[in-house]
Design a protein around this ligand. Structure first.
Ligand code: SRM
Ligand code: SF4
Length: 569
């Protein structure tokens, strides 16, 4: 990095005394609902973002009021596993301090929006009392580790989940600032701060966020190729042999900036289960040392790797490990979505419920939040948040299954089977009104758009055809749209880029098909393609494969081609 001016955030981190800044002081300032800009950046490492309600931003500006500041808090639950007690705590806190809703994120955790500054400390404290930390849920560190939550392959699943959890724990920051700011009654500047150190991260942490996922084939629900570091479980005779190691995936880009692009992680080798943590630590250390600290737009691990090449990363990693990764082993993915309804595995029942866009609230005639709360009150197993923003009521005994079913029926919860297969395979990010980066609606609009696309599907006889569709309100790609068969990425209010041609298994990037179009044009663009697909698809051919074969878009296997590839007609 020599000779290049560091991004200002590097200095903020360096001077923050291991993420303290003046957050504790800022929380006490009652004159404003906000905290300082520098503290805002540090707050992310503690799992919270300052936001404002964008629906009322203009109105408040006209009235010369400060924006309606509020905080989003994200917990960190590796693999998305939460106990019923934890579910009840999140539900209660959402009502007590948040906006009365909960959100299951695309990385299998909970988010809560709308918390006022005066309640932030207490909210985080109560989450910690329920054994859910928010530390490192955001920020330039390793984030919530994802893991296939489907318990039907139970033994291997349990084993892989344990590795995901251990990896997550191992990569947590070590600063005592978190405890001091959120969990102590009075801030005591004692020897703890002087003794703080970050053996892995160092005082400036990573150049950018870092994401790890564990997949258990044939399911690629964690979208392994979108992760900075992915571990793909390799099974032999039903036993876990180890993991293929994939590096350098990521979804974010900036519209019109070809130096930024979504990228697929690439497989560089194989390791045994007990080598996972060491591999993860060394990979993170490489990004710590080589990631771009001058330009945050080019700082993700994918750019570090693409700048130097795959051979470089393999050699650097082998050198740091002191041993060589093995040859990658064969594996096969057959989907990246969720499988709904009841399944039996390991003598227990597991029910995957559909939750549109991961938003948990009581809708008119569909009291989802109440229903899940009532289930949590009697459930003796776990809740598993899926990477597709759905929830599994997991580990249910034969005796309890009937009782859960009664509640499902009473509160009109759904396994999604009466929806179109398109809707069951949909995801959308938060976007308006809380996301400060949103350019267009996503969560609030996708359900309506789906309804209109479903009319086309009905005309084409494709209602039961599984097609992966995703929407993001901006090119950061929080719903991993670049991997979808049909994707919308927001450009401006009501305007989206339409991408086609991601694969059903999540291993190919979608290609730009139409730019900056509104609803009418979206429907007009999709209709003929869907009708043609219905008529001309080959046996078992997925929509994403068809649009490439039929010549609508190019197939993209490397993010560096993302901006070059074009619609072909
Ligand atoms: Fe994200 C930033 C929401 C998963 C790529 N993301 C944001 C922020 C915090 C906006 C901000 O920086 O001010 C959004 C907060 C919105 C809100 O009101 O809550 C936000 N991201 C989300 C969530 C909640 C979307 C959701 O609907 O579930 C997901 C939380 C995941 C979690 O539990 O940790 C979420 N974000 C993702 C994913 C998907 C994933 O990780 O599997 C991606 C693409 C993968 C990747 O990282 O490459 C993603 N988010 C981004 C980016 C682009 C990063 C980049 O490399 O350019 C940003 C912006 C940034 O970092 O500068 C961002
Ligand atoms: Fe916000 Fe953009 Fe992420 Fe959607 S994709 S949540 S609009 S940052």
């Amino acid at each position: 990095m020599s000779g290049k001016k560091l991004d200002p955030l590097e200095t903020i981190k360096e001077n923050s005394r291991f993420l303290r800044g003046t957050i504790a002081e800022g929380l006490k300032d009652t004159l404003t609902g906000a905290i300082s800009d520098d503290d805002n950046k540090l707050l992310k490492f503690h799992g919270s973002y300052q936001q404002d309600d964008r629906d009322v931003r203009n109105e408040r500006r006209k009235k010369k009021l400060e924006p309606a500041y509020q905080f989003m808090v994200r917990v960190r639950i590796p693999g998305g596993v939460a106990t019923p007690e934890q579910w009840l705590v999140m539900d209660e806190l959402a009502h007590k301090y948040g906006n009365g809703t909960l959100r299951m994120t695309t990385r299998q955790t909970f988010q809560m929006h709308g918390i006022l500054k005066k309640n932030l400390k207490q909210a985080i404290r109560e989450m910690n009392e329920a054994l859910m930390t928010t530390l490192a849920a955001c920020g330039d560190v390793n984030r919530n580790v994802m893991c296939n939550p489907n318990p039907y392959q139970s033994d291997v699943h349990a084993e892989v989940y344990e590795w995901a959890k251990k990896t997550s724990d191992h990569l947590l920051p070590r600063t005592s600032a978190y405890h001091e700011i959120w969990l102590e009654d009075e801030k005591i500047i004692d020897t703890k701060e002087k003794n703080d150190s970050e053996p892995l991260y160092g005082p400036t942490y990573l150049p950018r966020k870092f994401k790890i996922g564990f997949a258990v084939p044939p399911s690629n629900d964690v979208d392994i190729f979108s992760q900075d570091l992915g571990f793909i479980a390799i099974l032999n005779d039903g036993k876990l042999e180890g993991f293929n190691v994939a590096v350098g995936g990521g979804m974010g880009m900036t519209h019109g900036d070809p130096k930024t692009y979504p990228q697929l992680a690439r497989i560089i080798g194989f390791c045994a289960p007990n080598q996972v943590i060491e591999v993860a630590e060394k990979v993170v250390s490489i990004q710590r040392d080589y990631g771009n600290r001058a330009n945050r737009k080019n700082a993700r691990f994918k750019y570090t790797i693409d700048a130097r090449g795959l051979d470089w990363i393999k050699n650097e990693l082998n050198e740091r490990l002191g041993w060589d990764l093995g040859e990658a082993r064969p594996f096969h993915f057959d989907h990246n979505g969720d499988r709904y309804g009841w399944i039996k595995g390991d003598g227990k029942w597991h029910l995957t419920l559909f939750v549109q866009s991961g938003r948990i609230k009581d809708f008119d005639g569909y009291p989802l939040m109440t229903g899940l709360r009532e289930i949590a009150k009697i459930h003796q197993g776990e809740f598993r948040l899926t990477p597709n923003q759905n929830v599994i009521i997991s580990n249910v005994t034969d005796e309890m299954k009937g009782k859960i079913d009664e509640l499902v029926e009473k509160y009109h919860l759904t396994d999604g089977k009466h929806y179109s297969a398109l809707r069951r395979n949909s995801m959308s990010c938060v976007a308006f009104p809380t996301c400060g980066l949103a350019m267009a609606e996503s969560e609030r609009y996708l359900p309506t758009l789906l309804g209109k696309i479903e009319e086309i599907l009905d005309d084409a006889g494709l209602r039961e055809e599984e097609i992966v569709i995703r929407m993001s309100g901006c090119p950061n790609g929080c719903s991993r749209p670049a991997l979808a068969e049909i994707a919308f990425i927001g450009k401006a209010p009501g305007k989206y880029n339409l991408y086609l041609g991601g694969s059903f298994t999540g291993d190919r990037l979608a290609c730009l098909y139409r730019e900056n179009i509104g609803e009418e044009e979206i429907l007009a663009s999709l209709r003929p393609i869907l009708l043609q697909y219905a008529k001309e698809r080959q046996e078992g051919e997925h929509f994403g494969d068809f649009v490439i074969r039929a010549g609508y878009v190019e197939a993209i296997h490397d993010g560096r081609d993302f901006h070059k590839a074009t619609a072909l007609n």
